[in-house]
Design a protein around this ligand. Structure first.
Ligand code: AP5
Length: 222
């Protein structure tokens, strides 16, 4: 089987991170999530973190030139065992930069996995989200930790993300519709878009993604 180069696409709160955690378990792919990388930069107060913070806190996208460089460096560092990208690309220039960079390295994208859900579901999801220091994702109703407010794995205190405030979420959704939705057509026209109903329970979404990847493999597209 050739390498799996996968993109997770979808609005904030659709369940990209949740599915990524499961898919990493299935395929052992290097996982590159631009949101997690940026939050680490913010925490460490790096130069990039300082620049990115104001955009993230406002629910806007961080400028393409900062993101593209950060991501491509990481893809190179991971070698050629495939990848699972979460939150990148998010604009047409980012998608073009990714296309060019991987073609230059003699690789190709396997599939863009779109996990979609209507805005009202997303707002409910995000308002109940809690995350651990290491990025594990919970939900107060649909996926609570064993002990309220505490990570199951390392016992650390769960927190609410800075950009999960209602006003910021509204702008993140607007930003998604304006800047990221065009990528659906972008990947559909290249024949690699796969759609998933993100309103279904997480286990069902995961089963559907796995079945789709298995079918692609049978069709010898992987
Ligand atoms: P990022 O961290 O990428 O956030 P996002 O895309 O807004 O996505 P989220 O992490 O909010 O949602 P998710 O789809 O992963 O949902 P989750 O699994 O947590 O980006 C943050 C910011 O960084 C951006 O706003 C931007 O400023 C910047 N940035 C990042 N990448 C960038 C880029 N490429 N260019 C420019 N700027 C960039 O699930 C949500 C909740 O729902 C959880 O509580 C979960 O438990 C629950 N849940 C999940 N699935 C289900 C289900 N099926 N049923 C019920 N509940 C579920």
């Amino acid at each position: 089987m050739s390498e799996l180069n996968l993109i997770l696409l979808g609005p904030p709160g659709a369940g990209k991170g949740t599915q990524a955690e499961r898919l990493r378990g299935d395929f052992g792919l290097p996982y590159l999530a631009t949101g997690d990388m940026l939050r680490t930069h913010v925490k460490e107060n790096s130069e990039l973190g300082q620049k990115a913070k104001e955009f993230m806190d406002a629910g806007d996208l961080v400028p393409d030139e900062l993101i593209i460089e950060m991501l491509l460096e990481r893809i190179d560092a991971e070698g050629d065992d495939g990848f699972l990208l979460d939150g990148f690309p998010r604009t047409v220039p980012q998608a073009d930069a990714l296309d060019a960079a991987i073609a230059e390295r003699g690789r190709r994208l396997t599939a863009a996995l779109l996990i979609d859900a209507p805005d009202e579901v997303l707002v409910r999801r995000i308002s109940g989200r809690r995350v651990s220091q290491s990025g594990r994702v919970y939900h107060v109703d649909s996926n609570p930790p064993e002990v309220e407010g505490v990570d199951d794995e390392d016992g650390s205190q769960l927190i609410i993300r800075d950009d999960d405030k209602p006003e910021t979420v509204k702008n993140r959704l607007k930003t998604y519709h304006r800047q990221t939705v065009p990528l659906i057509e972008y990947y559909e026209s290249r024949g690699i878009l796969q759609r998933f109903d993100g309103t279904r329970p997480a286990t069902e979404v995961h089963d559907h993604v796995r079945a789709t990847l298995a079918t692609l493999r049978l069709e010898d597209r992987l």
